[in-house]
Design a binder for this molecule. Structure first.
Ligand code: 13P
Length: 253
């Protein structure tokens, strides 16, 4: 089930300005030095819309990819105040886009809307980081698996290019709280997500599944022991180059 390639993805959320290029350069410098034959990493930073073009122009390196954090569901120019679509992201240089983040679901994004967004981003050949996860209330009612199943089936179709969809399992109760699931819970949930995806879309390959929620340079060692976790979607800790780099270093310790 395990993918050898590990993903370390930063979700900057509403953080950063032009001076934050320094953070990217520091992470890039680390990437040029951190080369081991037994390790293959993919580093992606999902930044605010305002920084995508600037960072991709300045960086000019394949070691780090730049991504966005959301997009509108239609690839047209139209009367949608404040919105940015997948085609605009692509032209700005983004290679990835986070969709279905719980912070946006909380603002009213439904499985159906997220499905349209996924379709429009795939149309632009962007890679999707599709977030799923249960709330504390759902967890306490033992509904985790049914919630995850609904989110997966409600936003993905068999006909989509499934190779371009990465799943990020982010329990809502873990985001920004310092709380993380227990190892046995993670093992069970990752096995469920991987099998559910294969079953739902009748694919031969298991999907890439990441963990997100309060990942830091200390608790990362807990996750290293779980081979089914293909990488991480890191919020707060990705806003500091030191913390982000230490997460990667400590993962392999
Ligand atoms: P934190 O790492 O700050 O808990 O955020 C996780 C997250 O929401 C990543 O998308």
């Amino acid at each position: 089930m395990t993918n050898k390639l590990k993903y370390f993805i930063g979700n900057w959320k509403m953080f950063g300005d032009f001076r934050s290029l320094k953070i990217i350069y520091q992470i890039h410098r680390f990437c040029t030095k951190f080369k081991r034959r037994d390790i293959k990493n993919k580093i992606i930073l999902c930044v605010p819309f305002t920084l995508i073009y600037f960072f991709t122009k300045k960086l000019k390196s394949k070691l780090i990819s730049i991504g966005a954090q959301n997009c509108h569901h239609r690839n047209i120019f139209g009367p949608f105040t404040g919105s940015v679509n997948a085609s605009m992201l692509k032209k700005a240089g983004a290679k990835y886009v986070i969709l279905g983040h719980s912070e946006n679901r909380l603002e009213g994004e439904t499985n159906r809307l997220i499905k349209k967004k996924i379709a429009s981003a795939l149309e632009q050949k962007l890679n999707i980081i599709f977030c799923i996860g249960e709330t504390l209330k759902e967890k306490s009612k033992n509904k985790t698996f049914s919630v995850l199943r609904n989110q997966i089936r409600g936003s993905i179709e068999k006909k989509y290019n499934l190779n371009k969809i990465i799943i990020a399992y982010e329990p809502v109760w873990s985001i920004g709280t310092g709380k993380i699931p227990k190892v046995y819970e993670l093992k069970k949930t990752f096995e469920f997500i991987k099998n559910e995806f294969k079953r739902s879309f009748k694919t031969k390959k298991f999907p890439v599944v990441l963990y997100g929620g309060s990942v830091n340079d200390i608790n990362i060692s807990v996750f290293s022991s779980i081979s089914d976790i293909d990488g991480f979607l890191i919020g707060g800790a990705s806003q500091s180059s030191k913390k982000f780099i230490d997460i990667i270093k400590n993962y392999y310790k």
